[in-house]
Design a protein around this ligand. Sequence first.
Ligand SMILES: [Zn+2]
Ligand SMILES: [Zn+2]
Length: 770
Amino acid sequence: MPTEPKLNEKNWEAKIEKELFQIWMREDLYKFNPNSPKKILSIDTPPPYVSGDWHPGSVAGYSLIDMIARSARMSGLSVYFPMGLDRNGIVIERTVEKKHNKSMHDFTRDEFLGLCAQLINEYGESILDTAKLIGLSCDFQNVYKTDSEDYRTMTQATFIDLWKKGLVYEDFRPSNFCPHCRTVIADAEIEYEELETRLYYINFKVKETLENILIATTRPELLCACQAVLIHPDDERYRHLHGKNMIVPHYNRTVPIIDHAYAKPEFGTGVVMICSFGDQGDIALFRELNLEPILAIDMEAKMTDKAGKYVGLPVEEARVQLIEDLKKDGLVVKEEKIMHRTPLCERCKAPVEFIMVKEYYLKQLEFLNDIRKKTDEIKFFPQKNKQILVNWIDSIKIDWPISRRRYYATEIPIWTCNKCGEKLVPKGGRYYRPWREPAPFFKCTKCGGKEFTGETRVFDTWMDSSISNLYITKYKKDLPFFRKTFPNMIRPQGREIVRTWLYYTILKSHLLLKKKAWKYAFIHGLGMDEEGKKMSKSLGNYIDIRPLLDEVGADAFRFWAASETGLGDDFRMSKERIVGASKFLTKLWNTARFISMFEDKPEPQQLIETDRWVLSELGKLIKVCEDGYGEYNFFIPANAIRDFIWNVFAPHYVEMVKTRAYEGGESASYTLHTVLKSVLKLLAPICPFMTDKIYRELYRSSVHLEEFPKTRKEWEKKLTKVTPDLVEFNSKIWKEKKEKNLPLNSEYTANIPKKLMLFERDLRAMHKLK
Ligand SMILES: [Zn+2]
Ligand SMILES: [Zn+2]
């Protein structure tokens, strides 16, 4: 006999999620046991970068990562799911500089580091709060921080290993330099954009013939660093100039005219000046033609004394003034606006300069083939996103510059002997700060000198991030733990950091261990707006994640993230669609509430046909979900479950079985609960809150301690074949009653098709067929 619904709440409310999360924490529900006999899956969780705001696309990405963890647990694995916060890097430095309206160089280093640490603590808490709101089942009790002494010790220790293997060297060479961040950056940190700029046509003079030759350039301020002029060997217009020399205007220096295919006859006037350094092309040509670079721009992005009267001016200003002067001398013949593919700093979007700097490099060029092989040993989800990495590896042309002239980062553990210049590294195992502590050596191993100077530079932040897989598995600290957790690991991450985080981790694991970094890599897409455009506050298409979660709840957000986006594709974020996802949850809640009126009965000897039919549909659903979860493709189970509840179970089965259920039928009650229990388990990785709430209320334990349901051989596959006929028949009757303005529970006359006669009793009861 039916009773009051055991689910008290008429409607699902987001506040139930917060109560449940507290219960999970109290029960320590997701605790990882490294000694469990189950196979271990470790997750190399991306530590979110700590800044004021967490991008909604990123939060969607973490929802998927949590689905990996939950579905793996329910597939019988023991899941190691650590959590960290990435707290190194330039963004926090810039925020402090902005807040105090002062450059970091105007503080003492200690003072500045203190301010960064303070700000980062405030931001970190807010990210973790959001992570809890969306129900991450990670380890919140041991959140690691990439700026902790422990983490930095590991960064330094692994660097010292690389140094001892001879894989690090220092070199003075042209490097990408962001004048805004005031640091060298790697190729991986550059992005290109078509920007409007001015192309100036300037008159040069041929030394031997004194004729004027026009040269078009976007970088006139680099005239002082011009070391050659190129013409294309086949360009008839300039054939007579072969072997002659050119006089650089304003500076009156003589440079050779060289035939070279780099000069494109169709660009500008076909004659091109080569300066140190306008772009990557210049760098390559200086190397190829063995030209001596002239250092025209310094590390503050100001002109050096090589620029003559423009010394000390920022690059842009020097350009304006020089053009003014050239115009006075009648040397600028014309100027035009053009779109120019401009290299920009990925972080601050400032145009990148190319200047000569002395930096440390980690060797990678000679290992690219090994890296390709390691990449092939990793299984990618989805396979198509592997290509981004492959293309990147193919494009690498220089070793990795790993030193930076910043403060809030891991120090490079090197001291230089004052007497002979030898560079010494200490033993790994503790955190070194060479700029503020004495050298941990008695004497120089080379000359016996006793005075040392500590390195003031720090590491590129990817030097820290690229050992996350080793850090979380306690490499070099706890060998038994490392042996258990390292071999079966997955790296989930966003597509935008394939060139950096993904690549550098593969590189480091190879250089340090000769091993692949993980067994699997899961690359999800980015959060875009509905039209697929980048979201930004200034464009007004940005969605603030916290108010959204307060409104719709985590389960709806997570269900949207899983059901709207194919594996590896971008999230098209629309508030309307996210709110729409909660409709399915309402349907599920109402269905479960109905079922909760009936007792969960043991399996009877004989099942009624309608019950056998829905169990066959359930078997099909379980199989589809199993395959989807097996590929970490949450789109598949999310849509299959919704389709089952929405289009089969609730409208057809539940309606057909109601009469029997109210009469206390065992077969009906058993089947209703079997289907509900199975659906809750299948959906638990995607919607962990509602499924757990229902499961706890009705079945007195947490759904998150269960494994996925399995299909049973008694569930006859062939019964699923009648589903379309059944759906069609029911829909037909409903439609006819509606057309005749009859209430749905009115008596009616209709013939049951032969194929459906096995459901005769339930169909007659459902439609009140006479
Ligand atoms: Zn920058
Ligand atoms: Zn020495």
